[in-house]
Design a protein around this ligand. Structure first.
Ligand code: F6R
Length: 366
Protein backbone atom coordinates (compact mmCIF):
# COMPACT_ATOMS: atom_id res chain seq x y z
CA UNK A 1 0.00 0.00 0.00
CA UNK A 2 3.04 2.26 0.39
CA UNK A 3 3.86 1.52 -3.24
CA UNK A 4 7.35 0.24 -2.45
CA UNK A 5 8.30 3.22 -0.31
CA UNK A 6 9.21 2.91 3.39
CA UNK A 7 6.68 5.53 4.41
CA UNK A 8 3.49 7.11 3.12
CA UNK A 9 5.18 10.50 3.32
CA UNK A 10 7.82 9.47 0.78
CA UNK A 11 5.20 7.89 -1.46
CA UNK A 12 3.17 11.10 -1.33
CA UNK A 13 6.22 13.28 -2.03
CA UNK A 14 6.88 11.21 -5.15
CA UNK A 15 3.25 11.39 -6.22
CA UNK A 16 3.47 15.15 -6.71
CA UNK A 17 4.07 15.21 -10.46
CA UNK A 18 0.85 13.25 -10.78
CA UNK A 19 -1.17 15.07 -8.11
CA UNK A 20 -0.31 18.49 -9.53
CA UNK A 21 -1.25 17.22 -13.00
CA UNK A 22 -4.56 15.88 -11.63
CA UNK A 23 -5.31 19.25 -10.06
CA UNK A 24 -4.85 20.99 -13.42
CA UNK A 25 -6.56 18.36 -15.57
CA UNK A 26 -9.44 19.75 -17.63
CA UNK A 27 -8.96 23.15 -16.05
CA UNK A 28 -6.24 24.78 -18.17
CA UNK A 29 -6.02 25.16 -21.95
CA UNK A 30 -2.57 26.57 -22.68
CA UNK A 31 -3.05 26.77 -26.46
CA UNK A 32 -6.08 29.04 -26.24
CA UNK A 33 -5.16 30.64 -22.92
CA UNK A 34 -8.26 29.54 -21.05
CA UNK A 35 -8.84 28.55 -17.44
CA UNK A 36 -12.01 26.67 -16.62
CA UNK A 37 -13.14 26.04 -13.07
CA UNK A 38 -16.50 24.30 -13.04
CA UNK A 39 -16.79 24.49 -9.26
CA UNK A 40 -16.82 28.28 -9.15
CA UNK A 41 -18.25 29.05 -12.59
CA UNK A 42 -21.62 30.11 -11.20
CA UNK A 43 -19.84 32.71 -9.08
CA UNK A 44 -17.91 34.30 -11.94
CA UNK A 45 -19.95 37.53 -11.80
CA UNK A 46 -19.30 37.71 -8.08
CA UNK A 47 -15.59 37.17 -8.65
CA UNK A 48 -15.59 40.08 -11.09
CA UNK A 49 -17.11 42.41 -8.54
CA UNK A 50 -15.56 41.60 -5.19
CA UNK A 51 -13.38 44.20 -3.45
CA UNK A 52 -11.25 41.87 -1.43
CA UNK A 53 -10.39 38.24 -0.76
CA UNK A 54 -9.80 36.87 2.71
CA UNK A 55 -8.07 33.51 2.88
CA UNK A 56 -8.57 31.49 6.07
CA UNK A 57 -6.69 28.30 6.91
CA UNK A 58 -4.42 26.59 9.46
CA UNK A 59 -0.91 25.13 9.37
CA UNK A 60 0.38 24.03 6.00
CA UNK A 61 -2.85 25.17 4.33
CA UNK A 62 -2.21 28.65 5.72
CA UNK A 63 1.22 28.59 4.03
CA UNK A 64 -0.48 27.69 0.75
CA UNK A 65 -2.75 30.68 1.39
CA UNK A 66 0.27 32.98 1.66
CA UNK A 67 1.51 31.77 -1.73
CA UNK A 68 -2.02 32.34 -3.04
CA UNK A 69 -1.89 35.93 -1.79
CA UNK A 70 1.17 36.65 -3.95
CA UNK A 71 -0.41 35.06 -7.01
CA UNK A 72 -3.87 36.63 -6.70
CA UNK A 73 -2.52 40.10 -5.98
CA UNK A 74 0.09 39.89 -8.73
CA UNK A 75 -2.08 38.51 -11.52
CA UNK A 76 -5.72 39.28 -10.65
CA UNK A 77 -4.90 42.55 -8.81
CA UNK A 78 -7.42 41.83 -6.03
CA UNK A 79 -6.34 42.76 -2.48
CA UNK A 80 -5.88 39.62 -0.37
CA UNK A 81 -5.57 39.05 3.35
CA UNK A 82 -4.46 35.73 4.75
CA UNK A 83 -5.62 34.86 8.24
CA UNK A 84 -5.12 32.04 10.67
CA UNK A 85 -8.67 30.71 10.92
CA UNK A 86 -8.32 30.45 14.69
CA UNK A 87 -7.46 34.15 15.07
CA UNK A 88 -9.89 35.48 12.49
CA UNK A 89 -13.04 34.55 14.33
CA UNK A 90 -12.06 35.90 17.71
CA UNK A 91 -11.57 39.53 16.76
CA UNK A 92 -14.89 40.64 15.34
CA UNK A 93 -13.57 40.81 11.76
CA UNK A 94 -14.97 43.33 9.28
CA UNK A 95 -16.66 41.30 6.55
CA UNK A 96 -19.28 42.37 4.02
CA UNK A 97 -21.19 40.92 1.06
CA UNK A 98 -18.47 42.34 -1.17
CA UNK A 99 -15.90 39.98 0.31
CA UNK A 100 -14.89 36.58 -0.92
CA UNK A 101 -13.57 34.20 1.72
CA UNK A 102 -11.46 31.27 0.53
CA UNK A 103 -11.10 28.46 3.07
CA UNK A 104 -8.18 26.13 2.39
CA UNK A 105 -8.21 22.71 4.05
CA UNK A 106 -6.85 19.33 3.05
CA UNK A 107 -9.23 17.40 5.30
CA UNK A 108 -12.14 19.80 4.92
CA UNK A 109 -12.86 19.13 8.60
CA UNK A 110 -10.58 21.49 10.53
CA UNK A 111 -12.73 22.98 13.28
CA UNK A 112 -11.10 26.42 13.34
CA UNK A 113 -11.45 26.83 9.57
CA UNK A 114 -15.02 25.60 9.68
CA UNK A 115 -15.93 28.09 12.41
CA UNK A 116 -14.29 30.95 10.49
CA UNK A 117 -16.35 30.33 7.36
CA UNK A 118 -19.56 29.95 9.32
CA UNK A 119 -18.96 33.40 10.78
CA UNK A 120 -18.09 34.90 7.37
CA UNK A 121 -21.17 33.32 5.83
CA UNK A 122 -23.40 34.82 8.52
CA UNK A 123 -21.99 38.24 7.61
CA UNK A 124 -22.93 37.76 3.98
CA UNK A 125 -19.56 36.90 2.39
CA UNK A 126 -19.25 34.45 -0.47
CA UNK A 127 -17.33 31.34 0.54
CA UNK A 128 -15.09 29.24 -1.70
CA UNK A 129 -13.54 26.03 -0.40
CA UNK A 130 -10.18 24.74 -1.60
CA UNK A 131 -10.28 21.23 -0.16
CA UNK A 132 -8.93 17.80 -0.89
CA UNK A 133 -11.42 15.43 0.71
CA UNK A 134 -14.52 15.41 -1.48
CA UNK A 135 -17.80 15.96 0.34
CA UNK A 136 -16.17 16.94 3.66
CA UNK A 137 -17.77 19.54 5.94
CA UNK A 138 -16.00 22.65 4.60
CA UNK A 139 -16.88 22.02 0.93
CA UNK A 140 -20.45 21.31 2.02
CA UNK A 141 -20.78 24.61 3.88
CA UNK A 142 -19.06 26.62 1.10
CA UNK A 143 -21.01 28.27 -1.74
CA UNK A 144 -18.56 27.01 -4.34
CA UNK A 145 -15.04 25.71 -4.57
CA UNK A 146 -12.12 24.08 -6.27
CA UNK A 147 -11.16 20.57 -5.20
CA UNK A 148 -7.43 19.92 -5.15
CA UNK A 149 -7.70 16.29 -6.40
CA UNK A 150 -4.42 15.26 -4.77
CA UNK A 151 -5.84 11.89 -3.76
CA UNK A 152 -5.89 10.54 -0.19
CA UNK A 153 -3.04 11.85 1.95
CA UNK A 154 -2.10 9.41 4.71
CA UNK A 155 1.12 10.88 6.10
CA UNK A 156 0.26 13.31 8.88
CA UNK A 157 2.74 15.85 7.54
CA UNK A 158 1.10 17.38 4.50
CA UNK A 159 3.10 17.21 1.25
CA UNK A 160 1.17 16.56 -1.94
CA UNK A 161 -1.89 18.31 -0.53
CA UNK A 162 0.18 21.48 -0.12
CA UNK A 163 1.43 21.57 -3.71
CA UNK A 164 -2.08 20.78 -4.96
CA UNK A 165 -3.47 23.67 -2.87
CA UNK A 166 -0.88 26.00 -4.37
CA UNK A 167 -1.82 24.72 -7.83
CA UNK A 168 -5.54 25.27 -7.20
CA UNK A 169 -4.86 28.81 -5.96
CA UNK A 170 -2.75 29.45 -9.07
CA UNK A 171 -5.73 28.42 -11.19
CA UNK A 172 -8.05 30.69 -9.19
CA UNK A 173 -5.58 33.59 -9.60
CA UNK A 174 -5.42 33.17 -13.39
CA UNK A 175 -9.16 32.57 -13.67
CA UNK A 176 -9.89 35.77 -11.77
CA UNK A 177 -7.22 37.62 -13.77
CA UNK A 178 -8.83 36.52 -17.02
CA UNK A 179 -12.39 37.31 -15.93
CA UNK A 180 -11.47 40.72 -14.57
CA UNK A 181 -9.36 41.62 -17.60
CA UNK A 182 -6.26 42.00 -15.45
CA UNK A 183 -4.07 39.94 -17.78
CA UNK A 184 -3.64 39.92 -21.56
CA UNK A 185 -4.50 36.81 -23.51
CA UNK A 186 -0.96 36.43 -24.81
CA UNK A 187 0.48 36.62 -21.27
CA UNK A 188 -2.05 34.07 -20.11
CA UNK A 189 -1.04 31.68 -22.89
CA UNK A 190 2.57 32.13 -21.82
CA UNK A 191 1.85 31.41 -18.13
CA UNK A 192 -0.45 28.47 -18.74
CA UNK A 193 2.09 26.92 -21.10
CA UNK A 194 4.70 27.10 -18.33
CA UNK A 195 2.27 25.90 -15.69
CA UNK A 196 1.53 22.88 -17.83
CA UNK A 197 5.23 21.91 -17.65
CA UNK A 198 5.39 22.10 -13.87
CA UNK A 199 4.67 18.39 -13.25
CA UNK A 200 7.70 17.51 -15.42
CA UNK A 201 9.85 20.00 -13.54
CA UNK A 202 8.70 18.53 -10.21
CA UNK A 203 9.72 15.13 -11.55
CA UNK A 204 13.16 16.55 -12.30
CA UNK A 205 13.38 18.27 -8.91
CA UNK A 206 12.84 14.87 -7.27
CA UNK A 207 16.14 13.72 -8.78
CA UNK A 208 17.88 15.71 -6.03
CA UNK A 209 16.82 13.07 -3.50
CA UNK A 210 20.20 11.30 -3.07
CA UNK A 211 22.03 14.57 -2.73
CA UNK A 212 19.47 15.87 -0.20
CA UNK A 213 19.97 12.68 1.78
CA UNK A 214 23.71 13.41 2.04
CA UNK A 215 22.97 16.91 3.29
CA UNK A 216 20.48 15.47 5.77
CA UNK A 217 23.21 13.17 7.12
CA UNK A 218 25.49 16.17 7.60
CA UNK A 219 23.03 18.29 9.61
CA UNK A 220 20.78 15.73 11.29
CA UNK A 221 22.18 16.30 14.79
CA UNK A 222 21.43 19.99 14.92
CA UNK A 223 19.03 21.34 17.56
CA UNK A 224 17.93 24.32 15.49
CA UNK A 225 17.51 25.30 11.88
CA UNK A 226 16.50 28.51 10.06
CA UNK A 227 14.68 28.70 6.73
CA UNK A 228 14.82 31.93 4.75
CA UNK A 229 13.25 33.12 1.53
CA UNK A 230 11.80 36.26 -0.02
CA UNK A 231 8.61 36.98 -1.93
CA UNK A 232 6.57 33.87 -2.55
CA UNK A 233 9.53 31.81 -1.33
CA UNK A 234 8.92 33.17 2.17
CA UNK A 235 5.89 30.87 2.68
CA UNK A 236 8.02 28.07 1.23
CA UNK A 237 10.54 28.78 4.01
CA UNK A 238 7.73 28.63 6.59
CA UNK A 239 6.59 25.32 5.15
CA UNK A 240 10.13 23.89 5.14
CA UNK A 241 10.48 24.81 8.82
CA UNK A 242 7.10 23.36 9.74
CA UNK A 243 7.89 20.04 8.00
CA UNK A 244 11.17 19.77 9.89
CA UNK A 245 9.65 20.50 13.32
CA UNK A 246 6.67 18.23 12.81
CA UNK A 247 8.50 15.08 11.88
CA UNK A 248 12.05 15.44 13.25
CA UNK A 249 11.26 17.50 16.40
CA UNK A 250 14.11 19.88 15.56
CA UNK A 251 13.34 23.48 16.42
CA UNK A 252 13.04 25.31 13.14
CA UNK A 253 11.87 28.75 12.11
CA UNK A 254 11.01 30.31 8.79
CA UNK A 255 11.60 34.01 8.16
CA UNK A 256 11.56 36.43 5.27
CA UNK A 257 15.30 36.60 4.47
CA UNK A 258 15.44 40.37 4.96
CA UNK A 259 13.98 40.11 8.47
CA UNK A 260 17.00 38.14 9.65
CA UNK A 261 18.94 41.30 10.42
CA UNK A 262 16.13 42.48 12.71
CA UNK A 263 16.72 39.74 15.27
CA UNK A 264 17.28 36.16 14.21
CA UNK A 265 20.80 36.96 12.99
CA UNK A 266 21.80 36.90 16.66
CA UNK A 267 21.29 33.14 16.56
CA UNK A 268 23.83 32.51 13.83
CA UNK A 269 27.03 30.70 14.73
CA UNK A 270 28.96 27.77 13.27
CA UNK A 271 26.38 25.37 14.69
CA UNK A 272 23.38 26.91 12.93
CA UNK A 273 22.21 25.49 9.60
CA UNK A 274 20.41 28.10 7.50
CA UNK A 275 18.39 26.92 4.54
CA UNK A 276 17.96 29.57 1.84
CA UNK A 277 15.60 29.53 -1.11
CA UNK A 278 17.87 31.37 -3.54
CA UNK A 279 16.46 30.67 -6.98
CA UNK A 280 17.11 32.99 -9.94
CA UNK A 281 14.27 35.46 -9.80
CA UNK A 282 13.64 39.11 -8.96
CA UNK A 283 14.98 38.97 -5.40
CA UNK A 284 18.05 36.86 -6.21
CA UNK A 285 20.68 39.57 -5.59
CA UNK A 286 19.10 40.48 -2.27
CA UNK A 287 19.09 36.87 -1.14
CA UNK A 288 22.73 36.55 -2.17
CA UNK A 289 23.64 39.39 0.18
CA UNK A 290 21.60 37.73 2.97
CA UNK A 291 23.66 34.57 2.39
CA UNK A 292 26.86 36.61 2.70
CA UNK A 293 25.63 37.94 6.05
CA UNK A 294 25.17 34.39 7.32
CA UNK A 295 28.54 33.21 5.98
CA UNK A 296 30.26 36.20 7.61
CA UNK A 297 29.01 34.79 10.94
CA UNK A 298 30.10 31.26 10.08
CA UNK A 299 26.58 29.85 9.71
CA UNK A 300 26.19 26.68 7.67
CA UNK A 301 24.38 27.57 4.45
CA UNK A 302 22.24 25.12 2.52
CA UNK A 303 20.86 26.82 -0.58
CA UNK A 304 18.15 25.81 -3.00
CA UNK A 305 19.33 27.31 -6.30
CA UNK A 306 18.33 27.31 -9.95
CA UNK A 307 20.18 24.88 -12.23
CA UNK A 308 23.42 26.43 -13.45
CA UNK A 309 23.76 28.88 -10.56
CA UNK A 310 27.30 30.15 -9.98
CA UNK A 311 27.25 32.93 -7.35
CA UNK A 312 25.54 31.04 -4.53
CA UNK A 313 27.47 27.87 -5.31
CA UNK A 314 30.66 29.72 -4.48
CA UNK A 315 29.36 30.76 -1.06
CA UNK A 316 27.12 28.03 0.27
CA UNK A 317 28.23 24.92 2.12
CA UNK A 318 25.69 22.84 0.23
CA UNK A 319 23.56 23.62 -2.80
CA UNK A 320 20.53 21.82 -4.15
CA UNK A 321 19.77 22.59 -7.79
CA UNK A 322 16.20 22.74 -9.03
CA UNK A 323 14.89 23.46 -12.52
CA UNK A 324 14.46 27.10 -13.47
CA UNK A 325 10.86 28.24 -13.82
CA UNK A 326 8.78 31.38 -13.94
CA UNK A 327 8.75 33.20 -10.60
CA UNK A 328 5.02 32.48 -10.29
CA UNK A 329 5.65 28.75 -10.02
CA UNK A 330 8.82 28.60 -7.91
CA UNK A 331 6.97 27.51 -4.73
CA UNK A 332 5.78 24.34 -6.48
CA UNK A 333 9.36 23.32 -7.25
CA UNK A 334 11.31 24.75 -4.31
CA UNK A 335 9.10 22.95 -1.77
CA UNK A 336 10.21 19.51 -3.05
CA UNK A 337 13.78 19.46 -1.67
CA UNK A 338 12.55 20.85 1.67
CA UNK A 339 10.06 18.01 2.04
CA UNK A 340 12.85 15.52 1.25
CA UNK A 341 15.24 17.18 3.67
CA UNK A 342 12.75 16.96 6.55
CA UNK A 343 11.93 13.37 5.62
CA UNK A 344 15.54 12.11 5.59
CA UNK A 345 16.50 13.94 8.77
CA UNK A 346 13.48 12.47 10.58
CA UNK A 347 14.23 8.94 9.35
CA UNK A 348 17.89 9.26 10.41
CA UNK A 349 16.80 10.41 13.86
CA UNK A 350 14.55 7.38 14.19
CA UNK A 351 11.32 9.37 14.25
CA UNK A 352 7.92 8.06 13.28
CA UNK A 353 7.63 9.95 10.03
CA UNK A 354 4.06 9.09 9.13
CA UNK A 355 2.64 9.56 12.60
CA UNK A 356 4.60 12.17 14.51
CA UNK A 357 3.95 12.50 18.22
CA UNK A 358 1.10 14.74 19.40
CA UNK A 359 -0.28 15.30 15.90
CA UNK A 360 -3.45 14.14 14.16
CA UNK A 361 -4.31 14.21 10.48
CA UNK A 362 -7.39 16.27 11.01
CA UNK A 363 -7.84 18.65 13.92
CA UNK A 364 -11.51 18.71 14.81
CA UNK A 365 -11.19 20.61 18.08
CA UNK A 366 -10.99 24.40 18.31
C1 F6R B 1 1.11 20.18 8.48
C2 F6R B 1 -0.24 19.75 8.82
C3 F6R B 1 -1.15 20.71 9.54
C4 F6R B 1 -2.38 20.95 8.69
C5 F6R B 1 -3.42 21.79 9.45
C6 F6R B 1 -4.62 22.11 8.57
O1 F6R B 1 1.85 19.19 7.84
O2 F6R B 1 -0.61 18.67 8.47
O3 F6R B 1 -0.48 21.90 9.83
O4 F6R B 1 -1.98 21.59 7.52
O5 F6R B 1 -3.83 21.10 10.58
O6 F6R B 1 -5.26 20.96 8.15
P1 F6R B 1 -6.31 20.99 6.98
O7 F6R B 1 -5.59 21.38 5.74
O8 F6R B 1 -6.87 19.60 6.90
O9 F6R B 1 -7.36 22.00 7.35
Amino acid sequence: EKGGYDHFMMKEIYEQPRSIRDCMRGRIYPKTGKVQLGGIKEYTEKLKNIDRIIIVACGTSWHAGLVGEYLIEEYARIPVEVEYASEFRYRNPIITEKDLVIAISQSGETADTMAAIELAKEKGATIFGVCNVVGASIPRVSHAGVYTHAGPEIGVASTKAFTAQVTALTLIAFYAAQQRGAITQSKLIEYLTELNEIPDLVERALLCNDHVKEIAAAIKDTNNCLFLGRGSSFPVALEGALKLKEISYIHAEGYPAAEMKHGPIALIDEEMPVVFIATKNSSYEKVVSNIQEVKARKGKVIAIVSEGDVDVKNMADYVIEIPQTNEAFVPLIATIPLQLLAYHIAVMRGCNVDQPRNLAKSVTVE
